[in-house]
Design a protein around this ligand. Structure first.
Ligand code: MN
Length: 264
C-alpha cells in the first residue's frame, strides 16, 4: 500500500499544476546546428556540434513519416556532465549517464544571482564567502540541491558573445576552486548549473588544477549542467529542477531538457 500522505501530495501537485499555481520553466537552450560547443586549445580533439540529416520527410524515402539522424558530441548545448566525464571521477561507482540513480536527477534549486558582478567582470568567480552571504539571506543550501549560477550570460545569443574568446582564451564566469570544494564537500550538492558553455570559467584551463570545478565536482560524484536559460524566472529558493540525461550506456554526459517547477 502506498504511503497515503505521499499519494495526497502527488494528487495535490497534479491539481496545482493543472490550476497553473505551479509553473514549468524551461531552462533549456534550443538545440540546432548553430549551437556553440566549447572551444579547446588546438592540441586537444574538438567535439562536433549538432548536424542533422534527414532520413525521410513524407517522400519516397518514407511517404507518411518524417525523421532525422543526429550527429553530435555528448557535451553539446544544454547538457549534463556525469562524474566519469573527468579523470577524477573515473573510478567512482554509478558514474555514467545510465548508472546514476534517477533519484539524483531531481532536486531543489538554489539560485545565486551574480549577474551584476558579471556585467562588470566577465571572469567573475563565485567564492565560498559569496555563497555564505547568499545563505545568510536565503538559508543554508540543503544537501541534494542544484546550485544554479545566475550570471545573465544567456543574454549573449551570438556565438562570439557567448564564447567570448580573446587571444588569451575565453572570458566567462565560473567558480573558484575553494567554492567548488565548499559546495561538493560542505554542502553535498547534486551539482552546479550554469548559463555558460561549461561549468568552469573561461580562463579555468590556466587555473591550478586546470578546470577546478570539473575536477572537484566530478571527483566528488557530483554533476554539471550547462548553457541554461531563464534562470531569471526562478526564485532564489523554492523551485525544483529536473535534469535527467539520456540513458546512454557508459555515457559521459548528454544533451537534455532541463525543467524547473516553480510557484506561479
Ligand atoms: Mn560538458
Amino acid at each position: 500500500m502506498a504511503n497515503e500522505q505521499s499519494s495526497d501530495i502527488l494528487s495535490q501537485f497534479v491539481a496545482e499544476l493543472a490550476a497553473g499555481r505551479i509553473r514549468v520553466v524551461d531552462l533549456t537552450t534550443p538545440l540546432e546546428p548553430a549551437t556553440p560547443v566549447i572551444d579547446l586549445p588546438p592540441m586537444f580533439a574538438p567535439s562536433p556540434g549538432l548536424s542533422v540529416t534527414e532520413i525521410s520527410r513524407y517522400n519516397d524515402a518514407g511517404p507518411a513519416w518524417y525523421w532525422n539522424i543526429l550527429h553530435l558530441g555528448e557535451h553539446t548545448g544544454t547538457h549534463f556532465d556525469a562524474p566519469i566525464h573527468w579523470v577524477t571521477g573515473k573510478e567512482l561507482p554509478d558514474n555514467t549517464t545510465d548508472t546514476i540513480p534517477p533519484r539524483k536527477f531531481i532536486g531543489p534549486a538554489c539560485v545565486i544571482d551574480v549577474a551584476a558582478d558579471v556585467a562588470q567582470n566577465p571572469d567573475f568567480l563565485l567564492t565560498p564567502e559569496r555563497v555564505q552571504e547568499w545563505e545568510a539571506t536565503h538559508g543554508r543550501i540543503p544537501a541534494g540541491a542544484w546550485v544554479l549560477l545566475r550570471t545573465g550570460w544567456s543574454a549573449r545569443t551570438s556565438r562570439a558573445e557567448f564564447l567570448n574568446a580573446g587571444a588569451d582564451g575565453a572570458h566567462s564566469p565560473g567558480f573558484a576552486k575553494a567554492c567548488s570544494e565548499f559546495l561538493a564537500r560542505e554542502r553535498d550538492v547534486l551539482g552546479v548549473g550554469v548559463e555558460t558553455v561549461g561549468t568552469d570559467a573561461g580562463q579555468a584551463g590556466t587555473f591550478d588544477p586546470p578546470f577546478p570545478n570539473h575536477s572537484t565536482m566530478h571527483g566528488a560524484g557530483k554533476f554539471g549542467i550547462t548553457s541554461l536559460i531563464n534562470l531569471d524566472q526562478l526564485p532564489p529558493t523554492g523551485a525544483v529542477v529536473i535534469a535527467a540525461p539520456l540513458k546512454i550506456v557508459g555515457g559521459s554526459g548528454s544533451p537534455l531538457r532541463v525543467l524547473a517547477l516553480t510557484p506561479a
